[in-house]
Design a protein around this ligand. Structure first.
Ligand SMILES: *Cc1c(COP(=O)(O)O)cnc(C)c1O
Length: 472
């Protein structure tokens, strides 16, 4: 419906067409409600193949145990926003300063997403445009670094993310990277060693935040090190941003210059987010001009790194950030940690080598090679998957196996917690995992054999557990 901005009257173009209608309209336009309803039926009619695969994926998620620490499950409201006509809008730039017409509504959506993100993370600045966590990181690098500048980040085999400077990825090709490591005796971050390394290497950027570290990160300590060597600090908190928003893990917001996260890991739509705390308007010198740091981030987003924003994802982020502010979400973050602790504790009791002896967050890292001679992360992942238990193999610090075999397994509790499981169920889960890993017959680093009757027995138990806690 179009409304005259000055008179408030409803405008009808059909009453007084400014052009000649050649064919009479044969179809009535649908309301938004009618247009979006039954999208799945529309898909079924249009493309039976994709519809069938989509149904199979729903069944897979429903009927198997989802324990991948990097995964979460968004709400149906988030899905609705993702699959909406907002997807059709194209523009460049930021709300209020776009390069295309027709942005009235999407400007409101982006502004809403920004204000909710700022509230959820107590941030002074939020940028909701990054297409992914990787893009968010690359935008920050683009904003503050020149070719050849130095980055100090966590080693890839110890929980660093490829976008933190792996030689095979963009940052690794453009910047000079040095990695810090966890201590080999207890796998904890050694802040004194990181400080010494920073003093020697003199990086322009230090990156903290990891994909595989189950203990609390001391962001204040990282900032003190960054200040001492005159570096910027970026906290990439993809895995723990949900916990941070609920106060279950300390926030980096006013310690790091930049905080980045993917938005699917805390349970929203796929996408990325850049947040800034007290340093959001620090002056930044570029090409003889001084601009605030946040503006530098926007220029690096567009035109620096990305083209058009995914406005439907931004609409979905707005929906998700509102969910983050609700009690249900905040309470769930504590239960996620409670469940992960219960899981880790039960594995320790069963004699497993749980890295650092437990967890402070949503993940539990296990050295499976230390459980049985010959067992690898790859065999653990595959044999568990055969039984309906979905985990991922993970390289461990100082791992003797490569990334395609690994000695480790990483488990996470966001999804099982969302669907209502509690510590009692975590016990059941750890026992199911244990039965598979102690039963599987190891043939080589990659090959194994599982008795079909045994496999079916575990599958049935997994199926009935999952169906007691269905997808919400
Ligand atoms: C998952 C993750 C990313 C990447 O996010 P994508 O949206 O998958 O690109 C970056 N950094 C860390 C620490 C992550 O865990």
């Amino acid at each position: 419906m179009l409304v005259d901005k000055h008179t408030g009257e409803t405008l009808s173009r059909v009453d007084k067409p400014a052009y000649e209608i050649i064919e009479p309209a044969t179809q009535k336009s649908l309301s938004s409600e009618q247009y979006h309803r039954g999208l799945l039926n529309t898909l079924e009619d249009a493309d039976a193949d994709v519809h069938r695969l989509l149904t199979q994926e729903y069944d897979r998620q429903q009927n198997t145990l989802q324990l991948i620490a990097a995964e979460n499950q968004c709400s149906r409201a988030v899905l609705a926003a993702l699959g909406s006509v907002v997807q059709n809008k194209t523009t460049e730039g930021f709300a209020g300063a776009r390069f295309h017409g027709g942005c009235e509504v999407v400007d409101c959506l982006e502004t809403l997403a920004i204000s909710r993100a700022r509230e959820a993370f107590k941030a002074n600045y939020a940028n909701v445009q990054p297409h992914s966590g990787t893009s968010a990181n690359q935008i920050v690098l683009m904003a503050i670094l020149e070719k050849g500048d130095r980055i100090l980040s966590l080693a890839m085999d110890q929980g660093g993310h490829v976008s933190h400077g792996a030689p095979v990825a963009m940052a690794g090709k453009i910047f000079e990277i040095e990695h810090y490591h966890v201590r080999s005796k207890d796998f904890l971050l050694d802040y004194d060693a990181i400080r010494e390394q920073a003093m020697r290497f003199r990086p322009k950027l230090i990156i903290c935040g990891t994909t595989a570290y189950s203990r609390t990160i001391d962001f204040a300590r990282f900032r003190a090190i960054a200040d001492e060597v005159g570096a910027y600090l970026m906290a990439d908190v993809s895995h723990i941003s949900g916990l941070i928003s609920a106060g279950v893990h300390p926030s980096p917001m006013d310690h790091a210059h930049f905080t980045t996260t993917s938005t699917y890991k805390p349970g929203g739509p796929r996408g990325g987010l850049i947040l800034m705390g007290r340093d959001f308007d620090l002056p930044f010198q570029a090409a003889g001009r001084t601009i605030p740091l946040w503006e530098r981030i926007e220029k690096a987003t567009f035109p620096g790194f990305q083209g058009t924003p995914y406005l439907n994802n931004i609409a979905a982020k707005a929906v998700f950030f509102k969910e983050m502010l609700r009690d249900e979400y905040r309470d769930r973050q504590s239960r996620i940690v409670e469940n992960a602790k219960a899981l880790a504790q039960e594995f320790v009791r069963l004699g497993y080598d749980v890295l650092t002896g437990g967890t402070d967050n949503h993940m539990c890292l296990i050295n499976v090679a230390n459980l049985r001679g010959g067992l690898t992360g790859l065999i653990a992942q595959k044999s568990l998957e055969d039984c309906g238990i979905i985990v991922n193999m993970n390289r461990l610090p100082y791992d003797s196996h490569n990334a395609r075999i690994t000695s480790g397994m990483r488990l996470g509790t966001p999804i099982v917690t969302k669907n209502g499981m509690r510590p009692a169920e975590m016990q059941v889960v750890s026992h199911l995992v244990d039965r598979v890993l102690t039963h599987v017959e190891i043939l080589s680093e990659r090959e194994y054999r599982l008795d079909p009757a045994f496999r079916e027995g575990i599958r049935e138990q997994v199926y009935s557990l999952c169906n007691r806690f269905p997808m919400q």
